[in-house]
Structures are given as structure tokens and as C-alpha cells.
Design a protein around this ligand. Structure first.
Ligand code: ADP
Ligand code: MG
Length: 388
């Protein structure tokens, strides 16, 4: 994964002026991390993500023709498409996000004017902070802004998710787009993935998270993800049949699940136990955050990691090494793998006074273990997608 440079807003505006010969308005959308609630989104559970202050930027201005001209600084490419005839495919992958968002916004009845867009970004691509959802959100915000339209942020999130499904071909959940479009600054959100209800969770000032990237992505990841989903579905289908009142994992308790251990078989039982316990941990994390109890929150992160490693079995040696190194380091309250698994990043809850010391120790230990220095990022709360 490549770390990206900070975008200089003055330079972006001046580049826009020289490309398109007019004055832009600047928009930006943050990246995101998920504090807790892993593999709960597709199980109708809860997740608790927040935004972080690395951004995808768009300089934008309306144009008279019904088409969009878009240039990416990162890919050094320009593309133009007519708003009247958008179809998936046929362009560089990054352009598909712009086309997809424009298509879905219009499909949902929003009348877009043409626009000139210049995109730049600070979020590492494929690095666990969801650069794709950030890109969708900032393009949607810019296109709506150019058209003089104001739309409810959750509605924008849903349209961005559809663009990712239909144009990027990624069957993602709603978490990334929801948090990037709708989470207020200095808050996480508790998102109910069943009802899409959002509860803002104010964050204590001392909450300090460090993301460290293992730099690996194991082959297993796609097949493993599909297999986990079908095991979870199998287990909940059986529980629904046996237990009146169970609609989804949030209705299942530990003792109730234990009754079906033999009937479910070992692996579906373990997957279900993760879904049940992780849903509970989101609730526990909410109380720990409300009480400013970072020790308790750290333990919840550790328990989440153990469950993802032992019950859901989506960790790997590199992630376990990073997590173990973190929890053995003074100044760390707790740590866990984040994301789909089989590689990717960990987050660690750190005493802010010891952040640089902790970062140095983890980075050095991992460099010795793996032969490469890992990318790391201090999470800093950020406003949702909007005007820069
Ligand atoms: P992530 O985990 O970061 O979301 P994805 O593979 O889902 O990784 O999305 C990364 C893709 O999103 C990139 O390959 C590119 O097509 C697009 N993208 C993200 N940020 C930018 C950007 N700043 N400029 C152009 N394209 C971008
Ligand atoms: Mg993505």
C-alpha cells in the first residue's frame, strides 16, 4: 500500500484553474476506521465506525454542457462522459466511480447539471481506510453541489453504495458510505445494519487509535469471506426454525446458541458465536466509551480479536503478530485486526501521551518480523463529506 501525500488545497485550485479556466469550489470526504463490530454488517448487527482526517478531494465547477469532465491527479488521466448515456464499463477503474455516482444520482431522480471535476486524494488505495467510499462520497457531494441540490446524507450514502455495487462490482455493505457521509466530527456512530438507524456516539478526547498495516493480503480472502457468510446464514436459518422470536443474531443469546452446538456442527457454531458475541461487544463498547473507560474498551478490542482469530478464523500470522506486539507494549489498552481479515490492518487503542513511543516500537518489531516497515496512521476524527 502506498501512503499518499497531503493535498495542498491552494495547488489543487490552481491546477483546476489551469485545466478548466475557471474558479472551483472545493469538496472533501474523509477516510474511515471501524472501532468495533466486525463481520456483523451482513448479519443484521451493529457496527461502530468513525471518520479519520485523511481525505479525498474534488475541485469542481458546473458547466453548460450536460456532461462531466473529470481528471485524476493520482492516475494522471482525463475522461469525459455524457450525463445522458452512462453505462458501466469501458473506462479506467477510477472513472467508474464517477460514472456510477452520476448514473445513480440521476436514476434516483436528481437532475444534475454538467460539471468539471479534478480529483486528488490522501487515502492509501486498498489500505483499509475505504478510499473507494470516500471517492464516491466526495463525487456525489460535488455533483450535487454543482447542481444546487441538498440531499439527506444517508440517502447519499445509499446511492454511493449502489454505485459501488453496480459500477465497481464490489458487493459492499453500507457501513463505509454511511460513516463517511453522515458521522459528525468528534463522534463515532453506532449503525444498525438492519434498520440503518444511526446513533452518534460522542468520543472522549483521550481516545487515540493507531492503525498499522500488515501489508499482506492472503489468497484466502475472497473465498474465505463467501464461506463465512454462508456458514453464518446456515446457522441463523437453523436458529430461526428452532427458536420462535429469533429473526437475526441480535436476538440470540450465548446460552440459547449453546443448545445447538452439536446440531450446528463445529464451524457454523463458532461463526455464530462470533456474530453473537461481537454484537454484544458493540453494545459494551458503547458503554465503555460513554463512561470514558479506555481500559474496558481495550479489553473489548482484545476480545474481538480473539473471537475473529479463534471463532471466525479470519486472522493470520501477521495480524496476530501485530496485535500481540501491541498488547505487550506499555501504553496500549488493547488491539484488534480490522476489516475482512486474512491480511490488512490492526487498530490499537493507545495512551495519547505515549503514541509516538508505541508507534516506534510496533513499527520496529514488525519491520524485523516481516522485513518491511509497516505503514501506520493515527486516527483523527473528521467532519463527514462536504465543502472543504
Ligand atoms: P479501499 O479499501 O481503499 O476502498 P478499493 O479497492 O475498494 O480500496 O478502492 C480503491 C480504488 O478506488 C482505486 O483503485 C481507485 O480506482 C479508486 N480511488 C480511490 N481513491 C482515489 C483517488 N483519490 N483518485 C482516483 N481513484 C481513486
Ligand atoms: Mg473500498
Amino acid at each position: 500500500m502506498r501512503a499518499q501525500k497531503k493535498v495542498d488545497s491552494e495547488k489543487l485550485a490552481s491546477r483546476f484553474r489551469s485545466l478548466f479556466g475557471k474558479e472551483p469550489v472545493l469538496y472533501r470526504a474523509p477516510g474511515r476506521v471501524n472501532n468495533i463490530g466486525e463481520h456483523t454488517d451482513y448479519n443484521d448487527g451493529f457496527v461502530m465506525p468513525m471518520n479519520t482526517a485523511v481525505y479525498t478531494w474534488v475541485a469542481a465547477s458546473p458547466r453548460n454542457e450536460p456532461s462531466v469532465r473529470v481528471h485524476s491527479v493520482l492516475f494522471d488521466e482525463t475522461f469525459e462522459f455524457s450525463l445522458d448515456a452512462i453505462e458501466p464499463g469501458g473506462a479506467s477503474a477510477w472513472v467508474e466511480y464517477a460514472k456510477g455516482v452520476a448514473f445513480i444520482l440521476q436514476d434516483q431522480g436528481f437532475e444534475l447539471t454538467g460539471a468539471d471535476l479534478l480529483i486528488d486524494g490522501e487515502i492509501p488505495l486498498g489500505g483499509g481506510l475505504s478510499s473507494s467510499a470516500s471517492l464516491e462520497a466526495v463525487i456525489a457531494t460535488a455533483l450535487l453541489g454543482c447542481s444546487g441540490l441538498e440531499v439527506d446524507p444517508m440517502k447519499v450514502a445509499l446511492m454511493c453504495q449502489r454505485a459501488e455495487h453496480e459500477f465497481a462490482g464490489v458487493p459492499c455493505g453500507i457501513m463505509d458510505q454511511a460513516v463517511i457521509c453522515a458521522c459528525p466530527e468528534d463522534h463515532a456512530i453506532r449503525l444498525d445494519c438492519r434498520s440503518l438507524e444511526i446513533k452518534p456516539i460522542p468520543l472522549p478526547k483521550e481516545l487515540c487509535l493507531l492503525v498499522v498495516d500488515s501489508g499482506v493480503k492472503h489468497q484466502l480472502s475472497d473465498g474465505g469471506y463467501r464461506q463465512r457468510r454462508s456458514e453464518c446464514d446456515f446457522a441463523i436459518d437453523l436458529l430461526r426454525k428452532r427458536e420462535p422470536g429469533v429473526a437475526s443474531y441480535r436476538d440470540v443469546t450465548g446460552p440459547m446458541l449453546a443448545k445447538y452446538e452439536t446440531e450446528l456442527g463445529e464451524l457454523p457454531f463458532r461463526r455464530a458465536r462470533h456474530a453473537v458475541s461481537e454484537t454484544l461487544r458493540v453494545r459494551e463498547a458503547e458503554s465503555a466509551i460513554a463512561g470514558g473507560n479506555l481500559e474496558a474498551l481495550g479489553k473489548i478490542l482484545n476480545a474481538s480479536h480473539a473471537s475473529l482469530r479463534d471463532d471466525f478464523m479470519v486472522s493470520c500470522d501477521e495480524l496476530d503478530f501485530l496485535q500481540q506486539t501491541a498488547v505487550q507494549t506499555s501504553g496500549v489498552y488493547g488491539s484488534r485486526m480490522v476489516g475482512g481479515g486474512f491480511g490488512g490492518c490492526t487498530i490499537s487503542l493507545v495512551d495519547p501521551a505515549k503514541l509516538e513511543e508505541v508507534r516506534g516500537l510496533i513499527v520496529a518489531a514488525y519491520a524485523e518480523y516481516s522485513g518491511q516497515e509497516p505503514w501506520s496512521h493515527r486516527v483523527k476524527s473528521a467532519a463527514p463529506a462536504g465543502l472543504a
